[in-house]
Design a protein around this ligand. Structure first.
Ligand SMILES: Nc1ncnc2c1ncn2[C@@H]1O[C@H](COP(=O)(O)OP(=O)(O)OP(=O)(O)O)[C@@H](O)[C@H]1O
Ligand SMILES: [Mg+2]
Length: 501
């Protein structure tokens, strides 16, 4: 038997018109975690979908536990002990946590066909406990946060007792506590001999959990290095083929007039007494732990929450926002954190997605103008370096990071005065992150007021002129760029009040 649990060699894959993988290799030993890295669109998820039997390979060999797998289907993959936690969540919202975990493999009493709910509930509890999640197994998944849903996906994969486990950006939506719980589970799985392939754009994480790192670039295999014998600079060079020097290229922008003023904003049970301002050209970061109310605040400003009290002013004028169209016409745009639920229609093309909030720009007298629509899409594609075959590509077939760029592109096309970005670089690679920061700089220079919600402290510290910190629906800290430190922000994020301003 081979020393490897899994060997993939010479893997190639094309989709109509694009070669996505050519001659890629990857191997994995028992008890080992191999990180798979590369820029958005490098082919990481595609390689894993080939392993999981979702896509058929054009060429190459897959050997699982010494046995050559001529054919891979999802069933064969599962029977060979392979479980994949996909980048896109695949849960069914109206089913409960337990039903989702056991979907298609329900326990029954013997051969009777009667479903053994008791046993499934007990096992669900056991997996949730292991991940330190306190949730009722009977909660409908649709009521959970994105982070909680991600944890359920992880619980589901664990419950399959696979010995080859693929995690495709598992932590993108998790809280620090959830990440810690996940890493503990990863450590115990390693001890049990489970081999894991782990995809993430978060460097710090990769160094924390991986034993080896395999890098892809533009569908090609670049190399594999031992984590202990490499560093961030070497990895970045392998991934992007060049060095990236300044991770946070904050531009010096002269602020103008006050653009956004929020006074005493309250949403029942979610936000209380939120007040702040953002000037033209200013980037205000919003830090806080998951569940602190940051997304709810963004939604309230955009007409997606029922505001109980408070007043919003744009350019000094009071505005009334009860639905998104009110916000859009006042010049507010929101890039949501959850692109699948709220940000994009995955079955439509890049062009159509970009047109959606811009119908008045791409139509005249109520008639769509295909030329204008195409121009708007082309502009977004080139400004944001969106990796796509063109405006006609279906958004659902773009890589995760490129989907995020489409969300940003469609809102930029509305030419907003105030841009709210909720986790704008989640799942975005290091090069594309820099592109997004450059775009923020340019918009600030054009006078846009930017509110950037982010869970990545280096990003908050690196890109904000001012930092607001939220905790339990309130603002518990406000710091200038000069004052802000990781420690002060964390203190305020956990409930300590410290208004340094
Ligand atoms: N079903 C499909 N049809 C056409 N093109 C596809 C399809 N699936 C993926 N692609 C293309 O293949 C390339 C690789 O995509 P993939 O999702 O594997 O990237 P990735 O490395 O996982 O990126 P990310 O970090 O953004 O998730 C992209 O250019 C994408 O547009
Ligand atoms: Mg991917």
């Amino acid at each position: 038997m081979s020393a490897f649990l899994l060997e993939m060699k010479g893997i190639s894959k094309s989709f109509p018109g694009v070669k996505v993988l050519s001659d890629v290799q990857l191997n994995l030993k028992g008890g080992e975690l191999v990180a798979l890295m590369g820029e958005n669109g490098a082919g990481k998820s595609t390689l894993m979908k080939i392993l999981g039997g979702i896509y058929e390979r054009d060429a190459g060999t897959i050997v699982v536990k010494g046995e050559v797998q001529e054919k891979m289907t999802p069933d064969i993959a599962a029977s060979r002990g392979i479980a994949i936690i996909h980048q896109e969540l695949n849960l069914i919202p109206h089913l409960t946590v337990m039903e989702n975990i056991f979907l298609g493999r329900e326990y029954t009493y013997g051969k009777s066909g009667f479903v053994n709910w008791g046993r499934m509930r007990k096992e669900t509890k056991r997996w949730l406990d292991q991940l330190a999640i306190s949730l009722d197994p009977d909660t409908p998944v649709g009521e959970l946060s994105v982070g909680q849903q991600q944890m359920i996906e992880i619980a589901k994969a664990l419950s399959m007792q696979a010995d080859i486990l693929v995690l495709d950006e598992p932590t993108a939506a998790l809280t620090n506590r959830e990440i810690d719980a996940l890493f503990e589970v990863i450590a115990s799985l390693k001890e049990k001999g489970v081999g894991m392939i782990y995809i993430s754009h978060r460097m710090e994480e990769i160094f924390q959990v991986s034993d080896r790192i395999t890098v892809l670039r533009d569908g090609q295999y670049v190399g594999t290095v031992e984590t202990a014998h490499t560093d961030m600079d070497e990895l970045v060079k392998m991934m992007v083929g060049r060095e990236i020097t300044d991770r946070f290229p904050k531009a010096d922008v002269k602020w103008g007039e006050e653009r956004l003023r929020v006074e005493h904003l309250s949403v029942k049970g979610k936000l209380s007494d939120i007040s702040f301002t953002v000037k033209s050209g200013e980037i205000v970061g919003v830090a806080g732990l998951m569940g602190a109310g940051r997304t709810e605040m963004a939604k309230a400003l955009f007409g997606l929450e029922k505001v109980r009290e408070g007043q919003i002013y744009v350019d000094g004028k009071p505005i009334r926002v009860t639905k998104p169209i009110d916000a859009i016409s006042a010049g507010i745009a929101l890039v949501t954190e959850d692109r699948k639920e709220e940000g994009l229609v995955l079955s439509l093309s890049v062009r159509e997605n970009i047109s959606l909030p811009n119908l008045e720009k791409v139509s005249s007298l109520g008639v769509m103008q295909p030329g204008k629509e195409q121009a708007l899409a082309d502009d977004a594609i080139s400004r944001l370096f969106i990796k796509t075959a063109g405006g006609e590509q279906i958004v659902g077939s773009l890589s995760g990071g490129n989907q995020q760029k489409v969300v940003i592109g469609k809102w930029l096309a509305t030419r907003p005065k105030i841009l709210i970005l909720d986790e704008p670089t989640r799942g975005v690679d290091i090069g594309a992150k820099k592109e997004i920061y450059d775009i923020m700089n340019r918009l600030a220079q054009e006078g846009v007021a930017i509110l950037m919600i982010s869970s990545e402290l280096p990003e908050v510290l690196g890109m904000s002129d001012r930092v607001l910190v939220m905790h339990e629906g309130r603002i518990t800290g406000e710091f200038t760029r000069e004052e802000a430190t990781q420690e002060l922000i964390m203190y305020a994020a956990t409930g300590g009040t410290s208004h340094a301003v």
